[in-house]
Design a protein around this ligand. Sequence first.
Ligand code: ADP
Length: 744
Amino acid sequence: MKIGIRHITLLFLIGFTSLVQSQTSIVSDSIQSYIEKAEKLQEEYKYEKSLEIAKAALQTALYNNDDKSLGHIYNIIAKNYEINEDFIKARGNYRKALVYAKSSKSRVLETDLYNSMARVFTKYNLTRAKGVTYYKKSYEYAITLKDTARMLRPLLNLGEYYIVRSDFDSAFEYLEPAQELIQSNSSNLVKTKLTGLLGKYFLNTRKYEEAEDYIDQAISYAKGETKNKDNNDQLVSTYYEELASAYQTKSELYKKQDDYQRAYTYQKKHFQNILLSKDKKKLQELRKAITEYEVDLLEKRAKKAESEKKESESEVLKWRISIILGIILILISLAFLISSYKNNIQKKRLNSDLIEKNKELISAKETAEQVSTLKSQFISTVSHELRTPLYGVIGLTSLLMENPEEKKKNEYLESLKFSGDYLLALINDVLQLSKIETNEVKLEKVSFDIRSLIEGIVNSLHTKQKSNNNTVHIDIDKEINTTLLGDSVRLSQILINLIGNALKFTKDGNIWINVKCLEQKNDSYHLRFLVKDDGIGIPKSKQKSIFDNFAQVKNENQEYEGTGLGLAIVKKLIHLHNSEIKIKSQEGKGSEFYFDLSYEKAVKQRETALQSGENLSIGTTNFYVLIVDDNKINQIVTQNILKKKGYTCNIASNGMDAIKMLKEEQFDLVLMDINMPEMNGLEATKVVRTFNPSIPIIALTAVEEGEIRKQALSVGMNDVIVKPYDTQQFFQTIMRNISKVKMA
Ligand code: ADP
């Protein structure tokens, strides 16, 4: 059987041996040339070399997806398994080769592969029939290729297949066309094989002469080749096998012809040649062992190469996926970073906005709370402060109405006056404070004389505080030799409060009022105002709080009249001038309030004397005054006050009447109310000025002086007196204005 297999194995080589040239080195770089060389070397039984080249070719072909080359390479590998009698592996590799041959449309390879596969398939009963069809397929393909050598291979294989199975008719079906195809240039192995098979065929069909003829031909071809030095051991061994086979046929031929002597001789030759073949095989076997190892190695490498390729493909894929994922991750991270950075900035901004807003809200809340507590405190204090004197006013009025005795009457009237004065001061202070707090107070610029302003204040206050028996010292810096330009009304308010307090909280003591010029410029003075007393003083702990609304230092021994708003107003008014009030005080020793203010210089030195009206002596107070007022009570009060001082008065109840009377009579001065029905004081003044430009007209109003002064002066009025007025100031203003006209 083994010899049979060897024969079959060798058949695919038939037709190529003559073309083979021994080559030991690879000279071409292309896969195709590698394959060709590997095939040639295999045909020469140079398996090691063939495999070496196939190995190199396989890796390159796998990497290049070169299907055609892969077909050839797997074919070479399969053949090696076949030679090594591992037919299962051989079959697998042939199948692989066939797949690649088909996909690369390699007809020649397909032809060879069908022949090779048929050889393997026909070895097993189960696949034998398929093997035969494969031989036939190979033969058909070879016909289309018009390739005689390839046509001969399946024909000879089929011939042998049927002869082995003693189906001689079938065998001849294939041997006959082979006989026709054989050519002089066909290889000696093909010729040996064909003649040997024909010998067997004719022997079994009892055509002994023809049989002997073909057998001798076979012996002749084979013998010659065993001596051919170009043939390698494998080929020589094959020829010895063919020779042995031919001698056996010849022995059988003689046996059939009963020539046992000759039959024995050829039988001996048959064994001798088997031995010779074996001898040559030894080396081949040795090489085969190496080849087997090489084939395994090659297979492993091929598998490895394939898996490496797959691995590398999957590696590449993995790598690509990793890169894409990486990029996506980086992009996501970047987007996340950017958005979180933006978010952070936005958060920070929002946070700082929120903090800012919170601060604002907290301070607004605190202010609101403060305002609310201040308001309620203010309302309750004011209500209490109002209720107390009002209670007095009402009570005293009822007592007076009961016609008490004269002595009591005066006492009641004095108390009534006190309550009235207090109410007036309180209302004035509250109004003043609320105006400052709501930023309604704007500083005016009028010219005034600082001396007459302070003296006026002292005069009006001192008369009130006569009971305290204080001496007032006024010291005004001589450097101040011009009138000043500024808000005299606010300065009066400040000083009235400070001087009033000093007089109030000092008994049998001294009050010092100093105005010092700290700095004089071309057009302005920087002045320090100081109001000092040696009165009761203020405890250190209270010195800050006395400037708060309604703050009063509790004094157990004495009751002082006051609203507790004076210093709050003072502080705010000085603040309006961008300055601060300072205090130095010691309990029991006295207090000192001082502040610095700047005033512009108004007029030149020589003019100042004219400004202070009360210093002028004009001899008499018997002047004729027109009182213009719609309120009957006010008419009576003003008339009586003037009459007491020796003035003569007439009354007009509205602007129209006033104009009429002024046209008819000669008055020295007009006291004009502003708010009146039909024609108000401002309009009336405008008309009066059309026919009498010189008569002094003084606005007599309950409206805040600051608000009305500008308006009043603009329509031609000369001065403003605010109701209810201090009588002393009232007369000073009247006198100042009359004297201005008289002196002119
Ligand atoms: P009041 O209307 O009570 O005088 P002020 O605001 O003017 O209100 O003063 C607040 C308090 O400060 C006074 O009640 C008094 O206790 C204290 N005070 C102010 N000036 C003096 C001073 N010259 N000597 C002593 N105490 C003073």
